[in-house]
Design a protein around this ligand. Structure first.
Ligand code: 13P
Length: 253
């Protein structure tokens, strides 16, 4: 079953509000003709409002990069999924390797954030991926399967089907090193077959699996041509409107 491609830009800790507004404005213009490709951007929380204002009317979704597991309360320094939704966010990123590495997000925390996101009415993009050492030890598939099992535990079928997955090999993030299309496709196929074993067929057929890790205009087309790669989660190249638009263009059938 053909899935509608989904291209997302993770701006990470870049783009102050004025810069985010300018980038969003450029994207609104450049992405006007994108067929049915789903597009979303993830500014830093402080730039969400500016991004929403500039991108309004374009159909490009906006998401938050992380949420607290609690909608409100005495949790200094965090952001609420309910409040992000109220502001106008559609998506939340969960389990990004930078969150796992720098903020100790283990499977339990990832799972709790998916729950909080869904309860808030946000659509989670759940990131999984192995380190270089794990890949060299031949554990890439097993690591990703364990991350999925831990992340999706407790979700019913209606909830699982709302998720997007992102396979982001840690060794390919921000390094300029990209998984080859064959390497990426192999793990995507293995994720899809894990889903097939765990859920009824409509779930693996419908769920989109993005590839992330040094996606750029020069490699997007060959990655997106793989049968189980349904989109991209783009870091560095999403900070430039021209590059991001070129990646979206590569997804148009
Ligand atoms: P880069 O595209 O900069 O490698 O980042 C990928 C990523 O982490 C997207 O979430």
């Amino acid at each position: 079953m053909a899935r509608v491609p989904f291209i997302a830009g993770n701006w990470k800790l870049n783009k102050a509000p004025s810069e985010a507004a300018a980038l969003a404005k450029a994207l609104k213009h450049k992405l006007a003709d994108r067929g049915d490709v789903t597009v979303a951007v993830f500014p830093t929380a402080l730039s969400i409002q500016a991004t929403l204002q500039s991108i309004a009317g374009s159909g490009v979704g906006v998401g938050i990069q992380d949420i607290s597991v609690s909608p409100r309360g005495a949790y200094t320094g965090t952001n609420s999924g309910v409040m992000a939704r109220a502001l106008g966010c559609t998506y939340v990123l969960v389990g990004h390797s930078e969150r796992r590495l720098y903020y100790g997000e283990d499977e339990a925390k990832v799972s709790a954030r998916i729950r909080a996101g869904l309860d808030a009415g946000l659509l989670p993009i759940v990131c999984v991926g192995e380190t270089l050492a794990q890949r060299r030890a031949g554990q890439a598939d097993a690591v990703v399967h364990d991350q999925l099992a831990g992340a999706l535990v407790g979700l019913n079928h209606d909830e699982v089907v709302k998720l997007t997955l992102a396979y982001e090999p840690v060794w390919a993030i921000g390094t300029g090193e990209t998984a080859t299309p064959a390497q990426a496709q192999a793990v995507h196929a293995s994720i899809r077959s894990w889903l097939t074993n765990a859920y009824p067929a409509y779930i693996p057929n419908q769920m989109r699996i993005q590839y992330g890790g040094s996606v750029k205009p020069s490699n997007a087309a060959e990655l997106l041509a793989c049968p189980d790669i349904d989109g991209a989660l783009v870091g560095g190249a999403s900070l430039n409107a021209e590059d991001f638009a070129a990646i979206v263009a590569a997804a148009i059938a």
